[in-house]
Design a protein around this ligand. Structure first.
Ligand code: F6P
Length: 549
């Protein structure tokens, strides 16, 4: 499915015809400087993109594609606060949340930098009070536990950071996350916390999300059942929302509602007051270092030539595989245990942004857009799904992420981890030919007949591409830079695919249908002319039978 609206598309298709007959092994053997040519040091992150099916000509044409798509102007528009989220007539100004230097962007008559700083001061003051034991619960005990109630972007970002920066946590404080309407999620947290010392933080940009409001109400009822009085509720609740009136109407005192803005998308919001769980658990210094890391990547993205620009390189290489090689998924494999939640975070960031099939002007798109993002930590994946990566029938481009140093020192563990990461990318690239497999089996003493029959099953096609992103060490700044890198990668791909990466109309239908089905589940019988399909109707009846037996 080609990007036929671009002149560069036909040039890239000619490159494709050529490069398809060249192996990466050959590209390396024919150019001793390949690693130096196709790797670059960005802020906090070193990118090795040499194990890709590209050469200088292809990279130049991919950059031509970005130029033809007007990427430079689009970057300027985003940073200038233009309403690039066209269907909602809003800017996408998450970059302003981490721009302590500030700019003169004004949105809805509000000076953005001044407003961001005001809310940050409100956040810092609140966290400071908690850290100094001044925020007391209904029995006079200091608050030492925060339960963040939120879902999607109001959950995945704070959760990712909470787990990734565990070595930097403030001792004596606990953070828990509740997202799902599945009663298990809230139950497993309520079973572990002390009502007298817990603050519930209701995180919801819209303050209309069913899962979040149901959980917040259940938490409120739990607190009352534990002995708190109605008048105590305000001591144990705070909120983050762009819908302050709704949060106050829920019963949260206005001074404990931290505002966010409609020009911050949910999946781009961890840098806003949605990041309060980060500030609570790690303190102001860590939170500001996280923002600084992201800001460094913002400046890199804004000012670096595309052929040295990490987000642009990742984006263009991804488009090369999705739109020219036909890959439909993309794997993110952190060889860093603390980044275990990164793939899930990137699923929302990428798939909710670019899972679109209508162009910015409303016409149906005839080419592939956002890939399926998946992944998991190494080395665990090597013992689970790497088989498909090596011998499966489809090409899965991979981002490996690895740190040069670990936070922990046990025997030679980290060296083995690092070696495994490099071995996987090397194996994906070099593979193993049938002859190599046959000779290996013969060399191991196998009979010619057995070796000949087994060899085809041991062939690894190779020529499978990967990027390797290397952090010095996982810390607040490198984490901030890494997350911003992927935010901007998603933005670049959205511009080239000519889609709006900042709305998410696709999630509304399911929410609407749930309301009707929920009503049906609560009634005594499905109305004869329910109009429901027989599957939905049959399953509703099955549910009834289960709760009536
Ligand atoms: O339904 C999708 C979504 O709107 C996401 O974009 C968002 O991050 C999540 O739900 C939670 O929304 P809110 O923060 O408004 O509760």
């Amino acid at each position: 499915m080609t990007l036929q609206q671009y002149k560069t598309d036909s040039v890239l298709r000619q490159h494709l015809d050529r490069i398809q007959h060249q192996s990466m092994r050959e590209l390396f053997t024919s150019d001793a400087t390949r690693f130096d040519q196709f790797s670059v040091q960005g802020p906090e992150i070193f990118l090795d993109y040499s194990k890709n099916r590209i050469d200088r000509g292809i990279l130049n044409s991919l950059i031509d594609l970005a130029d033809e798509a007007g990427l430079s102007h689009a970057i300027e528009q985003m940073f200038a606060g233009q309403a690039i989220n066209t269907t909602e007539d809003r800017p996408a100004l998450h970059v302003a949340l981490r721009n302590s230097v500030g700019n003169d962007v004004v949105v809805n008559e509000v000076e953005v930098t001044r407003e961001v700083n005001r809310v940050q001061q409100q956040m810092f003051a609140f966290a400071e009070e908690i850290h100094r034991g001044k925020q007391l619960g209904y029995s006079g005990q200091p608050i030492d536990t925060l339960v963040s109630i939120g879902i999607g972007g109001s959950y995945l970002g704070p959760l990712l950071v909470n787990r990734a920066l565990a070595p930097f946590r403030i001792a004596g404080l606990e953070t828990h996350f509740v997202a799902n309407i599945d009663p298990t999620d809230l139950t497993r947290v309520l079973d572990r916390i002390d009502p007298e010392t817990t603050l519930f933080l209701v995180q919801s940009k819209s303050f209309r999300t069913q899962e979040t409001l149901e959980n917040a109400n259940a938490a409120k009822q739990w607190l009352l059942n534990q002995g708190a009085k109605e008048s105590d509720i305000s001591k144990h609740f705070a909120a983050v929302s762009a819908n302050v009136p709704a949060a106050v109407a829920f019963g949260i005192s206005a001074e404990r509602v931290f505002p966010m803005w409609d020009w911050v998308g949910g999946r781009y919001s961890l840098w806003s007051a949605i990041g309060l769980p980060i500030l609570f658990q790690f303190g102001r210094e860590v939170f500001e270092a996280l923002l600084l890391g992201a800001h460094k990547m913002d400046r890199h993205f804004q000012t670096t030539h595309f052929d040295q620009n990490l987000p642009v390189l990742l984006a263009l290489i991804g488009i090369w595989y999705h739109n020219y090689f036909g890959a439909s998924t993309h794997a993110v494999l952190p060889y860093e245990q603390y980044l275990e939640h990164l793939p899930a975070y990137l699923q929302q960031l990428d798939m909710e942004s670019n899972g679109k099939s209508v162009s910015r002007n409303g016409s149906a798109i005839q080419y592939q857009t956002g890939p399926v993002i998946w992944g998991g930590i190494g080395c665990n994946g090597q013992h689970a799904y790497h088989q498909l990566l090596h011998q499966g029938s489809q090409m899965v481009p991979v981002d490996f992420i690895v740190s040069l140093t670990s936070h922990h020192n046990i025997a030679n563990h980290h060296t083995h981890l690092f070696a495994n990461c490099l071995a996987q990318s090397q194996a994906l690239m070099n593979g193993k030919s049938r002859e190599e497999a046959y000779q290996e089996l013969i060399g191991g003493g196998m009979t010619d007949q057995h070796a000949a029959s087994l060899a085809p099953h041991k062939v690894i096609a190779g020529n499978k591409p990967s990027n390797t992103l290397v952090l010095d060490k996982l810390c607040p700044q490198s984490l901030g830079s890494l997350i911003a890198l992927y935010e901007h990668k998603v933005f670049v791909q959205g511009i080239i695919w000519n889609i709006n990466s900042f709305d998410q109309w696709g999630v509304e239908l399911g929410k609407t249908l749930e309301q009707g089905i929920y009503q049906n589940l609560g009634t005594e019988s499905v109305p004869q002319q329910s109009g429901l399909d027989s599957s939905t109707e049959g399953l509703i009846k099955k549910y009834w039978q289960s709760i009536r037996n």
